[in-house]
Design a protein around this ligand. Sequence first.
Ligand code: ADP
Ligand code: MG
Length: 324
Amino acid sequence: MGEFDLITRYFKRPAARASLGVGDDCALLQPAPGMQLAISSDMLVEGRHFLSTVEPFKLGHKALAVNLSDLAACGARPLAFTLALALPRADAAWLEPFSRGLLALADAHGCELIGGDTTQGPLNICITVFGEVPQGQALLRSGAKAGDDIYVSGTLGDARLALEVFRGTLSLPAALFEAARARMEQPTPRVALGLALRGIASAAIDVSDGLLGDLGHVLQASGVGARIDTAIAINLIAASTHSTWAQARIDSEQQLDCVLAGGDDYELAFTAPASARAAVRAAAQQSQTQITRIGQIEAAPGLRLMDADGQPIERRYASFDHFA
Ligand code: ADP
Ligand code: MG
């Protein structure tokens, strides 16, 4: 199978939304009047962003999911994407499930594959997504204000748990491992929530590197600080996981580690004024996404973690001081 054969067989489909899709030197996109294009790229490198053992179907899903997550964080509607792919060899047994996983998620979001590049080399997947957002309405990292509430969508920490099992530092009951593994390998981009939060959220980011680190970007871009209620935040771990913490002998420090600094969750962290609580709840309902209010933006810079008694947790997370 040659390069062009491969592209035609696995990646070329009739253009629907794009003016011109795969097959020419450029694809053509026509943004609607009054819309801005939102553009983001994410590269997945074997060994760094995924394990060589991951099933290609799931890898196809994840490669696009992490990109859609960036559009979600900006409140942008997915339009199209390009795929730059380096492959060790043209292996149908890999390409078929990979493209199926990729295009299934693409179809679910009406996001069209409009072009790319294909070359021989160590497995590397780079996707660029294009979305649209009404002029001036994109959710940014820079809009958080003192007094705003801080929210997180869905659950946090399970992807990290799965990673620790793969690393051999932890063992989990089989059912729990499968659930955690699904979170790691097939994240759900919160596109509908991002859209519903336009005009409501003051700032947003997707949680890819861990909540505290990513929230730190919001604080820095907004010139503010925050306090996080860890007694609430710890419940961001999936309920199924929570119920088996004891069984898996995961202590409370490890739990908080997974939730606050786990990474690979692809949930949204966002802020909104307290006066918008009803609107935030409605946005969550409309997008059928669970959200949890975990803290508050404060004028004083730095990230303060509070325990159940409202006392600051100092020692444990000293390494996060660089957000101050
Ligand atoms: P060029 O040489 O002009 O860069 P290529 O020969 O690399 O074009 O690609 C031919 C066509 O196939 C282009 O339209 C390109 O966008 C598309 N294409 C190449 N690789 C992929 C891919 N992995 N997925 C989707 N489209 C691709
Ligand atoms: Mg080319």
